[in-house]
Design a protein around this ligand. Structure first.
Ligand SMILES: Nc1ncnc2c1ncn2[C@@H]1O[C@H](COP(=O)(O)OP(=O)(O)OP(=O)(O)O)[C@@H](O)[C@H]1O
Length: 982
């Protein structure tokens, strides 16, 4: 080894070193081509003098050490170079030549200078990022004398990188609050939320573990796309996730080699005049900052253009871009980095990869905002706080044990409150309000009743008003709470904010200039309330000071309040946003819902425009006009007027719901009529719940004439289950409910508890349900005994949950279909289920795909199958079953004449099982489909099956694709059409 030989030489001369290196190289060449023996290793730092290392790696250093200027500045300021040396270097034409010249000069000047050269590479990390792996390879550690010498970073790229890191770090350290003094530090309060990876068909691929994974390769379905697309409902934490990402990068804690990080709010792109034009350079620098003067050669921008993969962009709130200018599908106009164009066009080109192709872009938008898959690299859907996340957030938010305890008790008692709090924004509002009101009023407690979203925002408004009415220092300690007094005393200012919010809502605007603010009689003192916050970033666009509401949902709430408060408006105008939503849905007479089906023209115009803000306004209107709010609203609005508005809303809702339900697409199946609802149906449920009107709920329950309702992929979250339950409690007839592929979780199941008495079909596949939910299901379903279908595919059910499912099988004599695939059930749970299935005389179809019951579980299922009277279809695919389990199953099936479809896909079956399967085939038990895809059978085993098929009349197919059979061998079986390879 080189190491040994060099150590053997005391103080090697150059010739000796060269000789050693040559010998070593010549020895290593055969080794490198696979002759075995010693491995070739280049010298490491300390083994040979620095000049040798530099010599050895000269070309690598020339090609990777880009910042000549920074190196020259350091050599000069440390007196290793004189002005003349610098001049000599500068005279050479290209950067590579200049670096070659530097290497030449330092090698002439001695070992100290050579080490200093390496030390600069080491110290100015960002400028010489490409050489950091090399420094690791040579195991560089600065020597004592080097540590005493100063190193400056004069590289424009790394200086700019430092500046961006510094600014991002500064700007992202606080989480917004309604009062600036109360802002919390990001690192004190940030709590991870659930980030679900979604494929191009909208199916779940599991959950990300941390923010680093947003930028890595996990879940990439389109390597050609550059955009990491993050969606989530209002307040789910999209902006905060980006803030966290930026903060991590600023501290060098994000796993990425990105040198630059630019952040934008999409809203900004619409703030420009139609004729505005900007270059990419201005877009980048104007909204972050320009590189310092010491970048005369525009190296920073050149670097961005040359190495787009080293730049991360975040674009927050794509849904906030008005339709008009943006249409990725027709963004044919290509812009070059030098061209000027409208900022929206630049954005389009960036997202489509026509500008800075390969740069990393993270884009957020509300759920439902469309983006063509071809520009998307991967998709992530934010699902809010899990129960564990919520617990952590409580602990972070409440430092006093008394508060923590009180809030935990409230949460434990109310799954509905937990459901609301799984949306981080609503959770923050509830906790913040609780903290504030508890500090001010001795008698404050969260409402015992089922709290609505309107209650939450009323509480929040009370916090704003109470802070303003009596600034903290003047507060008499712990006075009694009187909400109506607080509202009355702040009514002037509240009304003015509400008017501004309504005006914005009518024009689809979320940003207000000083003129608009003043026109609503909002004074500077009013602004201190905190409903509005200044939007500093927009100043850069050349406009005057602008404001936005703390959150879009707050604007919606205040707009709804304006509709209720204003007694000069025509009463009918309270319905204006319902009508607006309706108008946008051409033809479909649906209330309060998003434009799910639009004409192509409208689609073009509105494709990127969410009208969730209108839906929230309608929802809050329903809540504010609810009877439950009368005690407050009657102090603010003449009771007669309030009554009129309430009556009108109720009449409108009743008519609209009826026609909505009549208009839903239905189809007839063997088991009655089915109805497929659309996501806007969930908005309708939410509005009904906010009204708290039993009449409206009853009418809705009655209006669902079908006996099966499909709510799959409707973006239902756990809080919506209270609304569904509110309606279903008025239903007399039984109903099948398919809630697959939503975000219901354990809180949602708890809220649905009373409704299970009506449900004949309970489908909760892909909903993050754990064992505790299955326990609830077992208690309810066994009590009522009407369930026929239970779908729990792809949840978090373990053996504990499997035991509860077994209780359901045993206790529900009508249960026919059970879907339990893709859970975490092992042989223990498998045995329990199998035992229960054995006893059932109704069970018809069981799906266990993707668990791990193994051979032990297979044995249990074999016992269940023996002489089973009803089981028609069974899937034990992807369960780790070997030939041993396979044999037992095959033998048991000899005593079964009922099973028709048997799935054993992707197990570990080999030819050992083939004779047993062949025997089963020969026995002609009535089995019609046998799925053996992706096992380890060979042509020998298949031959046995082929021969057996000659004696079988019932089997329609044996699917054997993906076994150990070559294409040639496949041809041998061509004649037998029942042995399928495709
Ligand atoms: N991960 C989190 N940890 C702690 N608090 C959070 C988290 N995410 C969000 N929040 C709280 O919720 C508030 C709203 O979050 P954010 O603005 O990120 O939501 P959003 O999804 O961007 O909403 P919108 O689509 O309406 O803009 C934050 O200001 C913060 O108080």
């Amino acid at each position: 080894m080189l190491l040994i030989e060099l150590n053997q030489l005391d103080t090697p001369t150059d010739e000796e070193l060269d000789a050693v290196l040559c010998i070593n190289l010549s020895r290593s060449i055969p080794n490198m081509i696979g002759n075995g023996g010693e491995e070739f290793l280049p010298p490491t730092f300390g083994q040979v003098p620095p000049s040798r290392i530099i010599n050895w790696h000269r070309e690598l250093l020339v090609s990777r050490a880009k910042s000549v200027q920074c190196m020259l500045d350091n050599l000069l300021q440390s007196d290793f170079f004189c002005a003349e040396d610098v001049e000599i270097v500068r005279r050479t034409p290209t950067k590579s030549d200049q670096m070659r010249k530097i290497l030449e000069l330092i090698q002439c000047k001695g070992e100290d200078v050579c080490e200093y050269f390496i030390y600069v590479l080491y110290k100015v990390h960002d400028a010489y990022m490409d050489l950091q792996p090399w420094l690791e390879d040579i195991q560089y550690q600065p020597s004592e004398p080097m540590l005493m010498i100063n190193v400056v970073n004069s590289d424009p790229i790394s200086r700019y990188c430092d500046t961006l890191r510094h600014e991002l770090g500064r700007d992202t350290q606080f989480i917004m609050s309604y009062a600036q003094q109360e802002e919390a530090r990001l690192e004190d309060l940030y709590t991870p939320t659930q980030m679900e990876l979604i494929n191009d068909r909208g199916e779940s691929l599991g959950f990300l573990q941390n923010q680093d994974q947003l930028l890595d390769e996990s879940g990439v379905f389109n390597p050609q796309g550059d955009v990491v697309y993050i969606t989530g409902d209002a307040g789910m934490g999209k902006s905060l996730l980006l803030q966290k990402l930026q903060n991590l990068w600023s501290k060098g804690e994000l796993r990425t080699d990105a040198v630059f990080f630019f952040r934008f709010r999409c809203r900004m792109f619409t703030a420009f005049q139609e004729t505005a034009e900007l270059s990419l350079r201005d877009l980048l620098f104007k909204h972050s900052r320009y590189p310092d003067d010491d970048d005369p050669d525009d190296e920073v921008f050149e670097y961005v253009v040359r190495h787009p993969e080293r730049t991360v962009f975040t674009f927050d709130g794509y849904d906030e871009i008005e339709g008009g200018g943006v249409d990725l599908l027709s963004a044919e106009q290509v812009v070059s980095p030098e061209d000027k164009a409208h900022p929206l066009l630049l954005l389009n080109n960036l997202l489509c990869g026509k500008l800075l192709r390969g740069s990393q872009k993270v884009l957020t938008a509300r759920t439902g905002t469309e983006l063509p898959n071809r520009v998307v690299r991967k998709k992530v859907s934010l699902r809010g706080f899990s129960p564990a996340n919520l617990q952590s957030y409580v602990a972070l938010h409440f430092t006093t044990p008394e508060h923590r305890q009180l809030v935990s008790v409230h949460l434990d008692a109310s799954p509905h409150l937990c459901g609301l709090c799984s949306t981080p924004l609503f959770c923050w509002i509830v906790f913040k309000s609780f903290k504030h009101l508890r500090a001010v009023h001795s008698d404050f407690a969260l409402p015992e009743k089922c709290i609505t979203l309107t209650d939450v925002f009323v509480l929040f408004t009370e916090v704003f008003l109470s802070r303003w009415a009596l600034p903290a220092r003047r507060l008499p300690k712990k006075r009694a709470r009187c909400t109506s007094e607080t509202f009355k005393s702040g009514l002037g200012s509240l009304g003015a904010h509400a008017t501004l919010a309504l005006q914005g809502m009518e024009k689809g605007r979320f940003i207000f200039n000083q003129e608009e603010v003043s026109a609503c009689d909002l004074t500077e003192e009013d602004l201190l309330l905190g409903f509005l916050r200044p939007v500093h970033r927009y100043d850069a666009c050349g406009g005057e000071a602008t404001y936005e509401f703390l959150h879009m949902t707050l604007q919606s709430f205040l707009a709804a309040l304006a509709l209720v408060l204003d007694n000069s408006l025509d009463v009918a105008s309270i319905l204006q946003f319902f009508t607006e939503c309706k108008r946008k849905r051409e033809g479909l007479n649906l209330p309060c819902a998003s434009c799910v089906t639009k004409s192509s023209k409208l689609r073009e115009r509105d494709v990127f425009k969410s009208n969730e803000h209108l839906q929230f306004t309608n929802l809050f209107l329903c809540g504010l006009l609810a009877k439950d709010q009368s005690s407050l609203m009657e102090h603010l609005v003449p009771p007669v007027l309030l009554k009129k508005k309430r009556a009108l809303l109720k009449a409108y809702l009743s008519t609209s719901i009826k026609s909505h339900l009549r208009g839903l697409p239905t189809y007839k199946s063997g088991e009655g009529t089915r109805v497929h609802v659309l996501p806007n149906f969930v908005w309708m449920l939410r509005c009904i719940f906010e009204t708290g009107s039993n009449d409206v709920a009853r009418l809705t329950a009655k209006g669902i004439t079908a006996n099966f309702i499909k709510l799959g992929y409707c973006n239902m979250y756990s809080g919506d289950c209270t609304a569904l339950n509110f309606v279903l409690q008025h239903r007399q007839k039984q109903l099948g409910v398919d809630m697959d592929n939503n975000n219901i979780n354990d809180y949602g199941v708890l809220q649905l508890r009373p409704s299970f008495s009506k449900m004949t079909v309970v489908r909760l596949c892909v909903n993050q349900i754990s064992d505790s939910s299955v326990k609830v299901l077992a208690e309810e379903l066994v009590k009522h005994k009407i369930v026929k279908v239970l779908g729990l595919y792809s949840n978090h059910i373990t053996d504990t949950g499997a035991k509860y499912v077994a209780q359901i099988i045993e206790g529900c004599p009508r249960l026919r279909v059970l879907k339990l695939g893709k859970n975490k059930i092992t042989s223990v749970g498998g045995m329990c289920l199998a035992n229960a299935i054995k006893m059932s005389t109704s069970i018809f179809d069981v799906g266990m795909w993707g668990n791990t019951v193994g051979d032990e579980g297979a044995k249990g299922f074999a016992e269940a199958l023996r002489n089973h009277p009803s089981l028609n279809s069974l899937s034990l695919s992807v369960n780790g079953i070997t030939s041993e389990g396979g044999k037992i199953l095959a033998e048991a099936l000899l005593e079964n004449t009922i099973l028709r479809i048997f799935w054993l896909v992707e197990n570990k079956l080999t030819d050992e099982v083939a004779p047993h399967l062949a025997k089963l085939v020969k026995a002609n038990t009535g089995l019609s489909h046998l799925w053996l895809i992706s096992n380890q059978l060979t042509a020998i085993g298949l031959r046995l099956l082929q021969e057996a098929l000659a004696h079988n009349t019932a089997l329609k197919e044996i699917c054997v694709k993906g076994n150990n059979v070559s294409e040639e061998e496949e041809k041998l079986f061509e004649a037998n059409k029942r042995l399928r390879f495709h």
